[in-house]
Design a protein around this ligand. Structure first.
Ligand SMILES: [Zn+2]
Length: 129
């Protein structure tokens, strides 16, 4: 099975579908603004507070749980809190942090899916290429 060959298309399809999702209020500002932009790469993302009280930039969209490494899987609770799933498997999909695939940061290691998304974001930031 060549998962790596089909993964980019699968992820792009999911990301496309996610872009049509209904916006939710930005929990950091309290305003009805679903998206902000990463100050490092300009990519679209949304701030969420974690259960530990720090803020994390979440990438829009949801990804198949099976392609995202444990520890990088997140869920957004009903109140907007970002919850790291660890190794629990509560559903088929999960959210990921923009920090893991921000092209202004070093390429992620150990995950073909995260590396694919990091490369996608890198291309988006260099459209003139
Ligand atoms: Zn970024």
């Amino acid at each position: 099975m060549k998962l790596a060959d089909t993964l980019p298309a699968v992820l792009d399809g999911i990301a496309r579908a996610a872009r049509t999702a209904t916006p939710v209020p930005d929990p950091k500002t309290g305003r009805s603004r679903a998206r902000t932009a990463c100050t490092r790469c300009g990519g679209a993302a949304a701030w969420h507070r974690t259960v530990r009280g720090r803020w994390i930039l979440m990438e829009p969209g949801a990804w198949p749980l099976t392609v995202i490494p444990a520890g990088k899987r997140w869920r957004i609770a009903g109140d907007g809190t970002a919850v790291n799933l660890g190794s629990t498997v509560p559903s088929d999909t999960c959210r990921i942090s923009h920090f893991d695939i921000c092209p202004a940061r070093p390429a992620p290691t150990g995950s073909a899916a995260l590396l694919t998304l990091w490369r996608r974001n890198s291309r988006r930031g260099a459209e003139h290429d």
